[in-house]
Structures are given as C-alpha cells and as structure tokens.
Design a protein around this ligand. Structure first.
Ligand code: SAM
Ligand code: SF4
Ligand code: SF4
Length: 310
C-alpha cells in the first residue's frame, strides 16, 4: 500500500514528554500551505495519514476542507491521528459527518489510561474532554480507534479500558510501547520487550524493511518531502548529507543536492521532480548504510505492537 504521512501543522495543545516538538526551542509554529496540498498527487495513493512528527491535525484550520478535497480527488482511505482534547464536541460531530464517507476511514485517538493516569504522559490534555469528543465523533457516524501507550502507571488499567472502549463504540485498540521511558514515565512490567531504539543494530534479527521502497512518503509542514517520518526532522537530513559526503560513491549526489536544496520541496517542484531529485536517488541507493535506517527499520513490528479488534 502506498501511503502519505502528512505533517499538516506544528501546532499542538499537548506537551507529551517524548514528542519531537515538546523540547524543541527551534520549533517554528506553522500550518501547511494549501498550495503544497494542491501539488500532491493524492490520486496515486491508497492511504492518506494525517499524522506528522510535530503537531496535531485537529489544530489545522482547514481540516474540513482538506477531508472534502480528499473525498473529491482520491479513493484513498483517510486516517486522522489526534490527542482529541482540543475543539468542541460539536466540532468533532461535524468532522465525523465529513469524514465518514468511507467505512475504513478512521480517527485514532490517543488515550493512555483513565482520568488518574491519561495526562501523566499526554500533558495538557483532559481525559474527560477526550472521551466526550470520541463519543460525539462516534455518535455522528465516525469510525474511532484508540492508541494506548503503555507505561508502568497504566498497565493495570488495560483490561478495564478495553471494556469501557468497547462500550462507547471504539472498533480497535492499538497498544504500543513508548519509544522511551524514564524515572517518571516508567517501563511497564507487562511488556518487557526491547524498544525500537534498544533493538537497533542487532544484526541477527531481521533485515531492514523500508516503507519508502514500496512508495510511501512523508511530507513536512514546510513542503519538504522525505522518505518516511523517521527521516522527517531536520537533523536526519543533515545526518544523511554528512553520510553522503563521506561516501565517495555519493559525492556527486551531495554536490548536486547542495546546489539546489529546494529540489525536494513541493513549494518549488512537482512531486515527480522531487522523486527524481538526487536526494531521493541517494536514499534509494544507499538507505541500508544509513544510521537512522538501521536504527528504526531493523526491527520486528510484531514484537512491539499489539492490536485488538473490539
Ligand atoms: C507526533 S504525534 C502526531 C499525531 C498526534 N498529535 C498524536 O499524538 O496522535 C505522532 C505519533 O507519535 C505517537 N507518540 C507520541 N509519543 C510517543 C511515544 N512516547 N512513543 C511512541 N509513540 C508516540 C503519537 O501517539 C502519534 O501516533
Ligand atoms: S499530542 Fe501528538 S503532537 Fe502533540 S505533543 Fe503529543 S505526541 Fe506530540
Ligand atoms: S528510516 Fe530508512 S529504511 Fe526506514 S523507512 Fe525511512 S528511509 Fe526506509
């Protein structure tokens, strides 16, 4: 399946401790320009994900227009990822009415426990408001899943959560490890598997599985295209450029890229020009040598994720 991961905005109402945006003093607050949206050939993709690394789709001022644009111009399934704690219940009801045009379209709400635990990680969000908004979205015909990050402080609540979520009409719960743990946000006993980070460079495990090789892309808020969310942040582009400088077989790519860093930006180029750029040629050729690719994509997904239909 070919999918686009959109970073629609860098605005968010929450301050989740391990989120890329939370402690980034250089974070520039912006929304994706509509001109960028119009330059994306959405008709070629089967899944459009409103996810991103540094923001929340509910903050995007033109979200309703965007969903209508997707419905008019593509056959792709649309998934929205959100903390669900901003906007009124009326807004969520309206969103459901616009979004429910395919049964497979869904919104994945982040819910990490109950009133006493949810906001320990999802700081700045309100458990009761999330539940109210989920309820409103479902009652207006929306298909809602829940994603739960599991910590020591909420692992004992999972069974009770499943019962409650089933009752309110959630169709799937997706239980995931946190990408990090610390003294305050501790590792659960229930899931002692290594995190993705801890599995890195364990060469005996599995080969690198690259979603970009099958056509997936990540589009940043500023219009830059990257192969995936793992390469989404500025430091990973710099890291890749440094890598290319050291590898003689890549030198010609990097010299060309440095002449035109805008070559991967949809503000200045068409999607096909971007895919044909030296940056993407180099990624396709050498991703297996890149540190970030080894760190993020040499893992077995079934070891780190649990999904349950309700
Ligand atoms: C930056 S968020 C953007 C989407 C939306 N704001 C949200 O939180 O669902 C991207 C994804 O990272 C997930 N995420 C946040 N903190 C995480 C953590 N510590 N470990 C794993 N995933 C995390 C979010 O739940 C979401 O699925
Ligand atoms: S809700 Fe999403 S974007 Fe916002 S701080 Fe949490 S993980 Fe980051
Ligand atoms: S991190 Fe590397 S291997 Fe993984 S999806 Fe991205 S480009 Fe592909």
């Amino acid at each position: 399946m070919r999918q686009i991961d959109f970073e629609l905005t860098t605005y968010c109402n929450a301050r989740c401790a391990f989120c890329n945006r939370t402690n980034d003093p250089a974070l520039k607050l912006e929304h994706m320009d509509w001109n960028i949206i119009e330059n994306i050939p959405i008709e070629r993709f089967s899944h459009l994900m409103l996810l991103g690394n540094r923001g929340d789709a509910q903050m995007y001022p033109k979200l309703f227009d965007l969903i209508k644009h997707f419905e008019r111009n593509s056959k792709a399934v649309v998934t929205i990822h959100t903390n669900g704690s901003y906007r009124s219940k009326e807004w969520w009801s309206e969103l459901a009415k616009i979004h429910r045009y395919y049964k497979a379209n869904k919104t994945i709400f982040a819910l990490d426990g109950f009133e006493d635990t949810h906001s320990l990680y999802r700081k700045g969000t309100d458990y009761n408001k999330v539940i109210e908004n989920i309820d409103s979205y479902i009652k207006s015909g929306g298909n809602a899943w829940v994603q739960t990050l599991i910590f020591k402080h909420n692992e004992h609540q999972i069974d009770e959560m499943k019962r409650m979520l089933k009752e309110i009409g959630i169709t799937k719960i997706w239980i995931r490890q946190s990408r990090s743990y610390n003294d305050e946000l501790q590792r659960p006993e229930l899931m002692m598997n290594k995190t993705r980070h801890e599995q890195s460079y364990d060469k005996k495990r599995v080969p690198i599985s690259c979603i970009h090789q099958s056509g997936d892309v990540y589009i940043r808020v500023d219009g830059e295209v990257r192969p995936c969310c793992f390469m989404g942040d500025e430091k990973y582009k710099q890291e890749f450029i440094e890598f290319m400088k050291r590898d003689l077989s890549c030198l010609k790519y990097i010299i060309e890229y440095c002449k035109n860093p805008r070559s991967i930006n949809l503000k200045y180029h068409t999607f096909d020009e971007v895919m044909d750029s030296v940056y993407f040629k180099a990624i396709k050729k050498d991703y297996k040598k890149i540190y970030q690719c080894n760190l993020k994509c040499r893992v077995r997904f079934d070891e780190i994720v649990k999904e349950e239909r309700m």
